[in-house]
Design a protein around this ligand. Structure first.
Ligand code: FMN
Length: 370
């Protein structure tokens, strides 16, 4: 077994100290109550990651308003006292096992599959462009996505305010960090992505303009939480509804946007790729490495890093500071403890996420496997 000790060195995100360099990637489990509250089952699920040795647990994407932000039925939110109170149980469970916990905030934009009754019908997006791809069946979706309507100027302001309000709920609940979800095809990624953003105002066109909403939300959330906790941004190329998308400007996009993200006050950048080690744009670097090169911020790398030697290579090569595990963590909630003690890892199996990717079905899968 290769030397994995570098993964177990302490590190920090701004003022937040982490006992090692291993994070749980955010994973939507559609297991909240119908009105978006985290449950005791979720508290136990997240507690197991902390007990399993992960230093930093990033929770599943939570919606930020009761208008258009929710994308999935049984997705949790963080928009009111009831939802915040429910998350407190999760936060306390993770803290009791010695890990830090990060809230991920999302607006679904065009990618809406399910909402609680009482929420506003229809979807908003930078432009009225029909999304590519199909809804996710493991979140109860079926068929294509309807074409959204263009967000109004007032709604854009309201979305920014909602990110701030949700972040304050998270901060008061005891979360240690906040991640703004700018990846994977949701509203902020729709602004960043060239073909879903056909705007001609200051939010469309150049890379500088398409990243402006991320920048403004980062600034507003950092101001709203008064710098009391690190606030980071997650970015990707691929999307849940378009796996092949690549940034249109190549390395120049990275050179343009990462300094803006740093100047906005971000404490970290989280890059997710199919394979975080892949070279991008013929640059000789991975996207995580480009994020580091152009932002000089702490970088979390995610995507296909479940093999310990690969995870080590990302950190040892200086491409990222922290490695986030998604599917490998689903299969091994104690990935860090197993790796540190030289125990064998379980393989990920899509049966863990089926037919609906919720915690009930995962429990049935693991019970049957024994
Ligand atoms: C069931 C499931 C749910 C996911 N939900 C989210 C989410 O809520 N927010 C997010 O940013 N990414 C989400 N992702 C993407 C993961 O965070 C991660 O980027 C992806 O699984 C690739 O990393 P891996 O190779 O380590 O699994 C999800 C992935 C899975 C498998």
């Amino acid at each position: 077994m290769s030397d994995t000790s570098i993964l177990f060195q302490p590190t920090s995100l701004g003022s937040l100290e982490l006992k090692n360099r291993l994070a749980v990637a955010p994973m939507t489990r559609v297991s909240a109550t119908e009105d978006g509250c985290a449950t005791q089952q979720m508290a136990e699920y997240y507690r197991r990651y902390a007990a399993g040795g992960f230093a930093f647990v990033i929770v599943e994407a939570c919606y930020i308003d009761d208008q258009h932000a929710q994308g999935y039925h049984f997705q949790p939110g963080i928009i009111n006292a009831a939802q915040a109170g429910a998350w407190k149980t999760v936060v306390d469970a993770v803290h009791a096992e010695g890990a830090k916990i990060c809230m991920q905030l999302v607006h679904a934009g065009a990618l809406v599959q399910g909402r609680n009754s009482g929420y506003v019908e229809g979807a908003i997006a930078p432009s009225a462009v029909e999304p590519k791809g199909e809804m996710l069946d493991f979140y109860r979706g079926e068929g294509g996505y309807p074409t959204p309507r263009e967000i109004t100027t007032d709604e854009l302001i309201a979305v920014k305010d909602a990110f701030v309000s949700a972040a304050i709920h998270a901060q008061k609940t005891g979360f240690d960090a906040i991640e703004i979800h700018g990846a994977n095809g949701y509203l902020l990624d729709q602004f960043w992505t060239a073909y879903t953003n056909q705007r001609t105002d200051q939010y469309g066109g150049s890379a500088r303009n398409r990243i402006r909403l991320d920048e403004e939300i980062l600034r507003a959330v950092i101001a709203g939480t008064q710098g009391t906790l690190p606030v980071g941004l997650r970015l990707s190329q691929s999307k849940v509804n378009d796996f092949e998308y690549q940034w249109v400007g190549g390395e120049q996009d990275a050179a343009d946007i990462f300094p803006i993200i740093k100047d906005a006050g971000a404490a970290f950048v989280h890059i997710t790729e199919h394979l975080a080690t892949d070279e991008v744009f013929g640059s000789g670097h991975s996207l995580a490495a480009l994020a580091k090169k152009y932002s000089s911020l702490p970088v979390i790398a995610n995507g296909g890093l479940g093999d310990p030697a690969t995870a080590v290579s990302v950190v040892a090569g200086g491409n990222a500071d922290i490695v986030a595990q998604g599917k490998a963590a689903l299969a091994n909630q104690d990935w860090p403890n197993k790796v540190q003690s030289g125990k064998a890892l379980e393989d990920f199996d899509f049966g863990m996420l089926g037919p609906i990717a919720n915690l009930d079905n995962a429990e049935i899968f693991f019970a049957n496997r024994g």
